[in-house]
Design a protein. Sequence first.
Length: 185
Amino acid sequence: MSDLTETSISSESVFDGHLLHVRCDEVRLPDGRTAPREWIDHPGAVAVVPLFANGDTMLIQQFRFPPRRTFLEVPAGKFDHNDEPPISVGKRELKEETGLTAETMTDMGLFFPCIGYSNEVIHVYLAEDLTEGDQQLTDGEFVEPVRMPFEEAVTKALDGTLKDMKTITALTRARHAIQARGTKI
């Protein structure tokens, strides 16, 4: 197999925001030529699929400004510090957005949602043995929990009703993990 690696020769900060940092790198291509690469440096995130004992899940409804619409999503949030373990971020975001705490968090891997322009990584967890409590939303965060049967959420992910890629990926991975262990929902 050929080496397709592109090597950064130089890197320039184009924009430094609160969450995102835009960079423009000059890279050496596999054939020796050079080319620009514009990309977004993202701290990474964690998405959580809560699964109640009765087979329900809980998604959240949230307005997303860039597409200017409301989405139904799995609870999720970004890393606040470089040294945070993904499981801690997942537990924090689950509690903040839904009020739920989970006794069991099963790691379902990670994925890169936008490889063409960002280094963002999203870790995915299945949260079980849930205890309900009060949401702990951060200042300026507005989300509404929506409880529904897990299979209904998966159907919405597969039939195109849900539009958020992290939610579609998280729900389908959760379904696979549940089926792989032979658990009925």
